[in-house]
Design a protein around this ligand. Structure first.
Ligand code: ATR
Length: 281
């Protein structure tokens, strides 16, 4: 069987997804292709989506700005996608289009691959910086995995509180400002930077400074361009264990590919290749 896959979004010309999924198809020894469907923001979303659905696709990814827009046009949602309110993966089940969200699980798989010891103690204090879509996905994944203490720091504190509606687990969550977070970073075992702050071409900014962290704190940044953000550079100077954003990108793709093909492909070979591609950019 040929796997016809794709991506909808705007703008997507520089997306790494075609390259990643073509590598996964190759690794899985499955024939197929991955096409870009760059939608126009001026034309009707419904009509453009109908056109995509007529392309004989097995499934497709969804990226900005359509992760929420697409929900009413689907026939079903996974628990995660429903809770998070955003879809990044759609599978075609006999012309029933079902939406999933693999961002949170992608983050957790990447973390577990590099730092499995975090999963031994689910009461360790965790801090998420940011309260956008990525933060929602990661917060949901951490809670459904049994983590018991996940604080959220955000520039706009109301948005942090809004995320805690996902907390049906009795997990402890304090919502704090970035300034408060900066002063108490030594509390945390794991700190996750989930905003786009520090992304190329704004390489010289960081959402907060890491002077207060303990050595061996795990510090994740979901930004992967540049691979080593200023935030991670600061972390490294403080003897933290750094966790790069491109790993999450690979694992969310692995999870999407698994939804489409039922095959979990190892991404061990892709990590270095992706780093090389990103550094070449
Ligand atoms: P995404 O869905 O990709 O996560 P988003 O929903 O736009 O993106 O969320 C962006 C996050 O980055 C928010 O937490 C935002 O903070 P606010 O809620 O206060 O807007 C945060 N963010 C963006 N620019 C920021 C900046 N310069 N400093 C601090 N936080 C910033």
């Amino acid at each position: 069987m040929m796997y016809h896959l794709g991506l909808i979004g705007y703008p997507i010309k520089h997306s790494l997804s075609p390259w990643i999924h073509e590598q996964l198809l190759k690794e899985a020894m499955l024939p197929g292709d991955y096409r870009l469907f760059e939608l126009s923001l001026e034309r009707s979303f419904a009509e453009q989506l109908n056109h995509v659905k007529q392309q004989n696709l097995h499934g497709f990814n969804v990226t900005v700005p359509f992760k929420e827009t697409i929900i009413p046009y689907l026939n079903g949602l996974s628990d995660e996608a429903r809770a998070i309110g955003a879809v990044n993966t759609v599978v075609n089940q006999n012309e029933r289009w079902i939406g999933y969200n693999t961002d949170g699980i992608g983050y957790l798989r990447a973390l577990e691959n590099q730092y499995p010891h975090v999963f031994m103690n689910k009461t360790c204090p965790i801090l998420i910086i940011g309260a956008g879509g990525a933060a929602r996905g990661i917060y949901y994944a951490l809670l459904s995995n049994g983590f018991r203490h996940v604080d959220i720091a955000n520039r706009t504190i109301e948005k942090a509180y809004a995320i805690t509606e996902l907390n049906t687990y009795n997990t402890r969550t304090d919502c704090i400002t970035l300034e408060q977070a900066e002063k108490q970073l030594d509390k945390y075992t794991l700190i996750i930077q989930s905003t786009s702050v520090g992304m190329k071409p704004h390489n010289k900014v960081t959402p907060l400074h890491l002077n207060q962290i303990k050595p061996r704190t795990i510090v994740s940044d979901i930004v992967y361009q540049p691979i080593e953000t200023l935030f991670l550079k600061e972390a490294e100077k403080k003897q933290a264990l750094v966790h790069y954003g491109h790993a999450m990108l690979l694992y969310q793709a692995q999870a999407a590919f698994e939804i489409w093909t039922n095959q979990r492909v190892s991404i061990d070979n892709l990590d270095l290749k992706l780093q090389t591609r990103l550094e070449g950019n």
